[in-house]
Write a protein of this length. Structure first.
Length: 199
């Protein structure tokens, strides 16, 4: 991609993700446009991995807009729950569930688990494609280890951030300063890996 300002569609309608990506991708000098701002709806995520779903979303956005596309598929993985919510993180409590409803369901499912079994980690798979049939997508993955708290704390972030306590911290991701979160989160690390490949 050239060094001049390039419009890129971000294959998400999640305003929290849009805000984070606009900050994280700022070093690339790209003009990041949400697919929802271009009237593009989200495709059905039928992949069996985070990478497959990221590619489905990126190819759909590129096909609908004619622009290069960046997509991520992220989720919270809890080994004690056989990896759930995992690929279903955004719809764990139902197809149109809110973040709060998903958090409540996860806390209920983990109610009987001890501290030792409350290990969890965020995982992010990102991809950038130049056009819908790009045979060589740029792909990056990263994780953010931590544990799941017993109750929501904090008002920042989105998703499961109010109950996710990063490794080495006693505060949830929702209690962290955004700049601190954006330096160490799964999405931040995957974005850094993507930028490194592009450079």
């Amino acid at each position: 991609m050239s060094t001049e300002t390039q419009r890129v569609v971000l294959a998400t309608s999640n305003p929290g993700k849009v805000r984070e990506f606009q900050i994280l991708l700022a070093p690339m000098g790209l003009e990041i446009i949400s697919q929802s701002d271009l009237g593009v709806s989200s495709p059905e995520e039928t992949g069996l991995t985070f990478i497959e779903n990221a590619l489905i979303k990126a190819r759909h956005a590129a096909r609908m807009t004619g622009l290069p596309a960046i997509a991520d598929d992220s989720g919270l993985v809890v080994p004690a729950l056989n990896g759930m919510p995992g690929l279903y993180s955004a719809r764990y409590a139902g197809l149109n569930a809110s973040d709060g409803e998903n958090v409540i369901r996860l806390l209920n499912d983990m109610a009987m688990l001890s501290d030792h079994d409350r290990i969890g980690y965020y995982l992010c798979a990102m991809t950038l494609i130049t056009q819908p049939t790009d045979p060589a997508p740029v792909i990056a993955q990263a994780g953010w280890p931590g544990r799941i708290g017993f109750e929501p704390k904090g008002t920042g972030g989105f998703g499961y951030d109010p109950i996710f306590i990063p490794e080495g911290s006693d505060r949830t991701a929702a209690e962290m300063d955004p700049d601190v979160k954006n330096a160490q989160s799964h999405r931040a690390l995957a974005t850094a890996a993507l930028i490194q490949q592009l450079s």
